[in-house]
Design a protein around this ligand. Sequence first.
Ligand SMILES: N[C@@H](CCC(=O)NCCCC(=O)O)C(=O)O
Length: 257
Amino acid sequence: MPKPIVAVPADIRELDGALWHATPNQYVQAALKVAEVMSFIIPAFEEGNEIDAILDRVDGVLVSGSATNVHPSLYGREARDSDGPFDPARDATSLPLIRSAIDRGIPLLAICRGIQELNVALGGTLASEIQEQPGTWDHRKPDVPHRDDMYAIRQPVFVREGSCIANHLGLSGEVQVNSLHRQAIAETAPRLRVEATAEDGTIEAVSVIDAKNFAVGVQWHPEYWAETDAPSRALFKAFGDAVRTYAARKALASVAA
Ligand SMILES: N[C@@H](CCC(=O)NCCCC(=O)O)C(=O)O
């Protein structure tokens, strides 16, 4: 059976004077090597996306992290300079993709910016520059030259027993993760359940209440060490299994039709 396919909404990046639709290798490599699924990078457009046409052709959605932030207007806030940089094309592609994947029961794994998009897509809000809040750690990307050190596993999060995330990770309680974010969930969307938090209260994982399929978001980056870190590997394997099951059921349904 061919590998199933997941949609990965792209970022807009400028390189050599041109705009690129891009996603970092770490996400699509973890998808291929650990989840054993193929990634189709979805170009990011502010208008013209055919979300259902995309979802008709994939078996899962993987929403990556990004240095850009969800535009505050999407959660009812005025945009301040400190809330940027922005990527409106990514927002316009990713948020409807998330909503429709949940509605259609297509497996969804949302990472870092992805969990923030998931929260906003379902009606929640975000806090910016969380490190400036009293009692909140500095969760930002470490100011170091090497990427492996930026994504170093360096903080504990506490996973709720019996949660979806605990089931997917294969464990609950304290899990060591990496951390590269300035924003976080402020008001949790009504359809989301908080499933892991940092010691400072920062929300680190959520699941969709009454989801038809695998539908979780994490604030950390399991993709980066997915081949070597046990909880990261388990999460990507669980996502891949959900995607394969969805693909098999879709194939059966098309034969039966
Ligand atoms: N921009 C958001 C989400 C952070 C995120 O996705 N980080 C991963 C990329 C890190 C980088 O390359 O800078 C936030 O800051 O909260």
